[in-house]
Design a protein around this ligand. Structure first.
Ligand SMILES: *Cc1c(COP(=O)(O)O)cnc(C)c1O
Length: 375
């Protein structure tokens, strides 16, 4: 951890050693279960490490054209895409880049089928197994009224000709028990169509690299599914690839007092860790305790004008001073890919703590990155 204090802040630091540990777990799963594993780029798109990731995983998946292109150019291997709706301009490019294309409706499939099949692409349709396994409404594609995936009632068997895959994605940060339940729902509702498929994509949300994840149960259920239906199984985790493999290092800019001591940082929840507000959650902080657990409690906040730009309340052994550096943990995922320059805040630099212990700055940002997106 000491190496992290050497960076100029704010800075995301990805820990190569930890990333490799995750990748080794994922590769072992793929080998033992006989499935393929893709990086879901929407969680983590640090393409500087795509060559490394490509040594362990089978390729990338994308939520649309730009992610697909990034995966194709920077990793190669298999390039999958699922978008809730493609526009024609986008699809024209996607067909050149992607080998696997999943559709969200039979209307989209009918619209693009000819183009995709003429280009030799393997196509799939996303299904909605209508089995919720979690409470987080905004992360539940099985919630009532969901637009994601075709329900059994809307499934058009007569339009399946040429379709090679089924895709479902219903989990979020979950263990293998949630997948096992979901597979029961998939078989119940869509079991008739499984034998005619070449592949089934189990989506993301599998927290495979988390300490308490039951990997043996995952391997078992994939093996059984493959045996029963003779299909290629894909997993496309995002979080699990870079879980606990990155940090956001920030500095204290000022300390103010209003009923509580408040430290203003050069990192912002609103700009640099938007999931803290959106999800919401309190990110782990290296050597930071729960409020009042240690002698000195502070509210950590961004320096933007948004009153709610608060990261959380933490306690410390020593009082904080201006210039102190703080290390937020588990900041590789859903951070860089979601950050923004609200208030004209500068984007954090991106660095790699290499396996050999050396810190390598990959990218620094400036005024140009703010101005280029405006006109
Ligand atoms: C979000 C998403 C993923 C990745 O999910 P994680 O929770 O990051 O593992 C994979 N596939 C699809 C279709 C997604 O929408």
């Amino acid at each position: 951890m000491e190496r992290l204090y050497s960076v100029e802040t704010p800075c995301y630091v990805v820990d190569e050693k930890r990333l490799i540990e995750n990748l080794e777990i994922l590769r072992e799963i793929a080998e033992r279960a006989g499935c393929k594993i893709l990086l879901a780029q929407k969680a983590f798109s640090m393409f500087a490490v795509y060559p490394l990731i490509g040594r362990y995983l089978d390729g990338t998946t994308a939520s649309g054209l730009f992610e697909a292109r990034l995966g194709f150019e920077e990793m190669g291997k298999e390039t999958h895409v699922f978008s809730a709706a493609y526009n024609e301009r986008e699809f024209h490019e996607i067909v050149k880049i992607c080998d696997h294309i999943s559709f969200n409706s039979f209307a989209q499939w009918q619209k693009y089928k000819e183009k995709a099949l003429a280009a030799g692409k393997s196509c799939g349709i996303r299904i909605n197994p209508q089995h919720s396994t979690q409470e987080h409404g905004i992360y539940d594609p099985c919630a009532e009224g969901s637009r994601l995936g075709v329900t059994r009632a809307n499934f058009k068997e007569e339009l399946l000709e040429g379709m090679e895959g089924l895709h479902f994605h219903t989990l979020c940060e979950q263990n293998s028990d949630a997948l096992i339940e979901t597979l029961v729902a998939v078989e119940e509702r869509f079991g008739d169509f499984l034998p005619q498929m070449k592949w089934v994509n189990f989506g993301g949300g599998h927290h495979i690299t988390r300490e308490d994840y039951d990997r043996e149960a995952l391997i078992d259920c994939i093996q059984q599914f493959k045996e029963k239906y003779d299909v290629q199984v894909y997993l496309e985790p995002g979080e699990a690839v870079a879980l606990n493999a990155g940090y956001l290092v920030a500095s204290v800019l000022d300390i103010v007092h209003n009923g509580i001591d408040i430290a203003l940082l050069d990192a912002s929840a609103a700009c640099h860790m938007p999931d803290v507000i959106e999800m919401p959650y309190r990110p782990p902080l290296y050597q930071g305790g729960e409020p009042k657990e240690k002698p000195y409690t502070y509210r950590l906040a961004g320096a933007t004008c948004l009153a709610g730009d608060v990261i959380g309340d933490y306690s410390f052994e020593q009082p904080l001073s201006i210039g102190d550096k703080l290390i937020f943990e588990d900041m590789a995922i859903y951070s860089m890919v979601k950050n923004n320059t609200f208030n004209g805040m500068c984007l954090p630099s991106i660095a790699l703590l290499q396996e050999n212990g050396e810190m390598k700055t990959i990218r620094q940002f400036g005024y140009g990155d703010f101005k280029e997106r405006l006109s």
